[in-house]
Write a protein that binds this ligand. Structure first.
Ligand SMILES: [Zn+2]
Length: 209
């Protein structure tokens, strides 16, 4: 078991480093999909509003980095990590995750198709991650000039959005419920933006409101 865990950690680190090479900031996750490193401020009487300025690890998504030596240090500090998270909303990709749930009474892929039709956007060829429960994470890039927040079920039942301040469990991560994998044929893709291919730039439009 201990050996298996160490292999899972080595594998998670390798996947995390390769994601970082593609410009995605990563942090180690435990089997529960939560950040593997606990807050250094957890015993403080008054919770500090620290996002890592103290220089220590354990600030959740704020730990995320694309720097290989920092990533190695994060994983060395969390040898129980079996997965990694990818921070959303950061340059250069401004990653947004569309999280399609698989509850028996919701057809979230159909709901997304309907949304796309109604709002005239398209889902481009992009990275799709399959969760152990059979859900899908569609990776999109967001606009650099707007903050897309996290939301749950606001667009449609079964569709959550992972945006600024959130993270996505990276493919190759092992969790209590199983391993996250990329959908066939999407691993080599880069996150793409949704929407009509030749949309006019928003700053140039002068529509009456
Ligand atoms: Zn701190």
């Amino acid at each position: 078991m201990a050996t298996t865990d160490r292999q899972a950690t080595t594998l998670a680190l390798a996947h995390a480093l390769s994601a970082a090479e593609r410009g995605l900031a990563v942090l180690p996750l435990s089997r529960t999909k939560l950040p593997a490193l606990r807050s250094p401020h957890r015993d403080d009487p008054a919770p500090a509003l620290c996002h890592g300025e103290c220089g220590r690890f354990g600030h959740g998504v704020h730990d995320a980095s694309t720097d290989p030596s920092r990533i190695r240090a994060l994983f060395a500090a969390a040898p129980w990590a079996t997965g990694y998270g990818i921070a959303c909303g950061l340059p250069p990709h401004h990653l947004i995750g569309v999280d399609l749930d698989t509850k028996p009474d919701t057809d979230s892929p159909a709901a997304l198709r309907e949304l796309a039709l109604r709002h005239l956007f398209t889902i481009p060829p992009t990275v799709v991650v399959i969760t152990p429960g059979g859900g899908r994470h569609i990776w999109l890039t967001g606009p650099p000039d707007a903050v897309v927040p996290n939301s749950a079920g606001r667009l449609a039942p079964g569709i959550d959005i992972r945006g600024a301040g959130g993270y996505l469990v990276g493919p190759g991560s092992r969790t209590r419920h199983g391993t996250y994998t990329t959908a066939p044929g999407t691993a080599h893709l880069t996150p793409a933006s949704s929407g009509p291919p030749a949309a006019p730039t928003r700053t140039a439009s002068a529509r009456p409101s």
